[in-house]
Design a protein around this ligand. Structure first.
Ligand SMILES: Cc1ncc(C[n+]2csc(CCOP(=O)(O)OP(=O)(O)O)c2C)c(N)n1
Ligand SMILES: [Mg+2]
Length: 357
């Protein structure tokens, strides 16, 4: 017997859970992570957390619908947005508000969407990014179409698609990996492994040692990183995106993180999740990890933190006010998005709606 193929999956972490950096300054500078850039990340994560907290409060008071919190995933999600170029295309799941915000989507737009108004997904900035995708992992197949178009047009652009640990069990995920590998498409797949798919824990999701190794089967360069380590997220995403842009093919990054909140506001995770596991996960969360590191370096002070928090909260408050002041669309709007020419069955329903007004 001979071994015909051998694989390994690397795991990378630079800023550990205790905020110690295992990377020399030269490598940090080479990666473009000077103090100003790291502070920019910190501020971005603060803003995302303030937005996320307010979104939950708005749901609790009946002013938006069901909402999926991104608490705990701020490092990987902001890094995706900050390492992509404006010309690239982002394909989100439903938990990727942080990336969309970094791409230029406004908070006002996100609140509109979660409030049931589809105009929120008609992005004012990143026009070619796709809207939130709720059917699990189908965005992976959409990313094949996007990246294939880039390749055909010979454009140096990259599609970045996110799915969850649960999403990696879907046929769409495997099919997309196979196509991306076979055609060597400019795609970066980011699997945000937050350890839970609603109430299904990672251990029951797949017998694979890593989710990253699923990419290897499709011929996609794959690795694992600490998704709560901003520095690892930035460096490895930048590398994968640059490679795809240069024509060096697709990559998959499994970002290890943790869903610190409920699955959505319609869930109560305390019914199925061990409180000790949750308490341990809080010790590894990304925002405080970066905060402690920047404080240690003297690049951040308690006074600056307070100012940044106030600035973030003020921005969120303003967006909430503009959202709440937006008049609702006419109910007929929900019939008008799907088809260029409305089919008879829909016309009938629209007529009924108008009669009942
Ligand atoms: C095709 C499909 N099947 C089932 C669901 C119901 N569903 C919604 S979220 C979810 C779990 C997804 O978990 P994961 O991929 O880990 O993403 P996370 O919510 O943790 O970010 C499921 C099964 C769905 N939305 N789409
Ligand atoms: Mg998950």
């Amino acid at each position: 017997m001979i071994t015909v193929a051998k694989f390994s999956i690397n795991f990378s972490q630079y800023l550990d859970a205790d905020s110690n950096l295992h990377l020399d300054n030269q490598a940090l500078t080479q990666a473009g992570l000077d103090p100003a850039r790291l502070l920019d990340y910190y501020q971005a994560m603060l803003l995302v957390r303030s937005y996320d907290t307010k979104a939950i409060a708005l749901q609790r008071t009946g002013r938006i619908g069901t909402y999926p919190s991104c608490l705990g995933q701020e490092a990987i999600s902001t890094a995706i947005g900050k390492t992509m170029q404006a010309c690239d295309v982002f394909l989100p799941g439903y938990r990727d508000a942080a990336t969309l915000l970094m791409r230029g989507t406004t908070m006002h737009e996100l609140f509109l969407y979660w409030g049931g108004d589809e105009r929120g997904m008609d992005f004012s900035h990143n026009k070619e990014d796709l809207p939130y995708n709720v059917p699990i992992a189908s965005q992976c197949c959409h990313s094949i179409g996007v990246a294939y178009a880039f390749k055909l047009r010979k454009q140096p652009r990259v599609a970045v698609v996110v799915c969850g640990d649960g999403g990696t069990s879907e046929g769409d995920f495997y099919e997309a990996l196979n196509a991306a590998g076979t055609w060597q498409l400019p795609i970066v797949f980011v699997v945000i492994n937050n350890q839970w798919a609603i109430s299904v824990p990672r251990a029951k999701q797949s017998y694979c040692q890593t989710l990253a190794q699923k990419g290897i089967a499709g011929g996609v360069a794959s690795e694992q990183i600490d998704g709560n380590d901003t520095i690892a997220c930035h460096i490895h995403l930048q590398r994968a995106i640059d490679n795809a842009r240069k024509g060096n093919g697709p990559s998959l990054i499994e970002a290890i993180s943790y869903r610190l909140g409920d699955h959505t506001t319609a869930d109560d995770a305390s019914r199925y999740r061990d409180q000790e596991e949750l308490a341990n996960a809080w010790k590894k969360e990304p925002l405080v990890r970066l905060e402690k590191y920047l404080l240690k370096r003297g690049d951040l002070t308690d006074a600056k933190i307070e100012t940044f928090k106030q600035q973030a909260n003020a921005q969120v408050k303003q967006s909430v006010e503009s959202y709440l002041a937006t008049p609702a669309q006419d109910k007929s709007a929900m019939f008008e998005y799907m088809y260029e020419t409305m089919p008879d069955a829909l016309k009938e329903q629209l007529d009924q709606l108008n009669q009942n007004k």
